[in-house]
Design a protein around this ligand. Structure first.
Ligand SMILES: *[C@@H]1O[C@H](CO)[C@@H](O)[C@H](O)[C@H]1NC(C)=O
Ligand SMILES: *[C@@H]1O[C@H](CO)[C@@H](O)[C@H](O)[C@H]1NC(C)=O
Ligand SMILES: *[C@@H]1O[C@H](CO)[C@@H](O)[C@H](O)[C@H]1NC(C)=O
Ligand SMILES: *[C@@H]1O[C@H](CO)[C@@H](O)[C@H](O)[C@H]1NC(C)=O
Ligand SMILES: *[C@@H]1O[C@H](CO)[C@@H](O)[C@H](O)[C@H]1NC(C)=O
Length: 377
């Protein structure tokens, strides 16, 4: 009798833990949060323009012994209500994050550049857990930058929250420029201040080499920051329009698009579903270093965030009003984005980047659009 009772308790104890995604690498996932004082003059967001939030995802030898909630209840309510999730469902999502887990020893750390990540407009940094935890599990350290007043609701380490843009906010052209400016300026500030943080906290992280990446306007900001900071040695824009004035960043740059994101005016004219984005061609035309533009078939804009996993893990695909998810599926999308991101990072560090010149059936959703190695006609 005792045995079966014990068994019952064990089963009950594990029932609610639905992991958003499961990192495949050898390391556990540490996380630390840190407020950086940084002034944004005339901040167009709803924050006070006085600080930004850095969330650092890093490799640790510690293994997670329990799950942590993926999002705070207030955000779960906002996203749940806006996109018609069953009440209480988003609250059940979990991560393997280990807040303040010990760093690796300097001697045994992999000596990789530090990644700087800027989210899409109105998106919280935590919405990129899938990619950033996968990278951390393979030894990469990412600083995800949240600008308070931009995500719909940002939860701070001291327990306070800052309200931001409405979930359906549609910025004017002027606001896009202002938002882009603070995203670039935030990345530049993080790169400038990170060395002090690393020294104070005796962390093994790289403060001489960075690679910038981001989603949507955050991807545009990655290009902007790469053109300004010498220590940033390359960048990736995930599905973002570039913001002018475009710069020749003179460093390797990868563009990953969703399938309907096209700078081809013919497609845009003849198919209302295609987003016409001339900025990508304007950006590409002035690059003097290596660049490549790939499009992922079946992927829409939000497939670059964890939101694609939310519906899948909860078993409610097609049952929410979640916008902009394609047919690709979360696990496949994360596999592709992690693979191409990692190959690009290693290419920047001197590997041959074979995947960028050799199409393969294994990655058949990835369509070569144009690039400096083999310019398309
Ligand atoms: C969630 O609960 C609220 C009341 O708190 C209700 O108005 C709403 O319809 C519920 N939503 C769903 C999707 O069940
Ligand atoms: C920083 O990254 C560069 C380039 O990969 C590497 O040569 C250097 O050793 C790294 N430094 C640290 C402290 O990890
Ligand atoms: C993308 O384009 C396809 C084919 O033109 C169309 O069926 C689909 O609705 C579009 N999706 C979005 C999210 O725009
Ligand atoms: C490919 O990129 C090159 C270099 O910018 C450009 O001249 C060419 O027009 C592009 N081709 C297509 C099909 O976009
Ligand atoms: C969701 O809808 C897409 C397209 O309508 C379909 O291909 C897919 O099988 C659906 N998924 C589920 C789990 O019902």
């Amino acid at each position: 009798m005792l045995c079966s009772f014990t068994h019952l308790f064990l089963v009950l104890g594990t029932v609610a833990a639905i992991q958003v995604s499961t990192p495949s690498g050898q390391y556990g996932i540490g996380s630390r949060q840190y407020i950086l004082n940084h002034i944004t003059p005339n901040d167009p967001s709803l924050g006070d323009g006085k600080f930004i939030l850095m969330t650092i995802y890093y490799p640790t030898y510690h293994k997670a012994t329990k799950s942590l909630p993926y999002m705070d209840p207030a955000n779960a309510k906002i996203f749940g209500d806006a996109w018609a999730y069953p009440n209480g469902s988003l609250e059940t999502l979990q991560t393997a994050l280990q807040p303040n887990a010990p760093f690796l020893e300097v001697a045994s750390s992999p000596h990789l550049p530090t990644l700087l990540f800027s989210p899409g407009l109105g998106n919280n940094g935590f919405m990129y857990y899938g990619l950033n935890s996968e990278l951390a599990s393979h030894g990469w350290t990412t600083i995800v930058i949240d600008h308070p007043g931009d995500p719909t609701l940002l939860h701070l380490p001291d327990g306070k929250s800052v309200a931001g843009f409405d979930i359906n906010f549609n910025p004017s052209d002027t606001e896009v420029l202002q938002i882009y400016d603070y995203r670039v300026s935030d990345m530049v500030a993080v790169a400038a201040n990170f060395p002090y943080w690393v020294e104070e906290s005796h962390a093994p992280f790289n403060t001489s080499h960075y690679i910038a990446l981001g989603h949507s306007i955050g991807g545009a900001a990655a290009a902007g920051a790469a053109s300004k900071v010498n220590e940033i040695i390359g960048g990736i824009n995930m599905d973002g329009a570039f913001v002018s004035p475009y710069k020749n960043i003179e460093k390797p740059f990868l563009i990953l698009n969703s399938v309907n994101h096209s700078s081809d005016p013919f497609l845009a004219l003849n198919d209302v579903d295609h987003l016409s984005d001339p900025s990508q061609k304007d950006f590409i035309d002035i690059q003097s270093s290596w660049w490549e533009l790939l499009s992922i078939f079946g992927a829409f804009h939000y497939d670059y965030t964890d939101a694609v996993h939310w519906v899948e893990r909860l078993g409610i695909e097609n049952k929410t009003q979640m916008p902009s998810l394609g047919s690709i599926g979360g696990d496949r999308m994360l596999k592709i984005v992690s693979k191409y991101t990692t190959e690009f990072l290693n290419f920047v560090l001197g590997e041959n980047g074979c995947i960028f010149t050799h199409p393969s059936l294994e990655w058949r959703e990835v369509i070569y659009v144009n690039g400096s190695s083999f310019p398309a006609f």
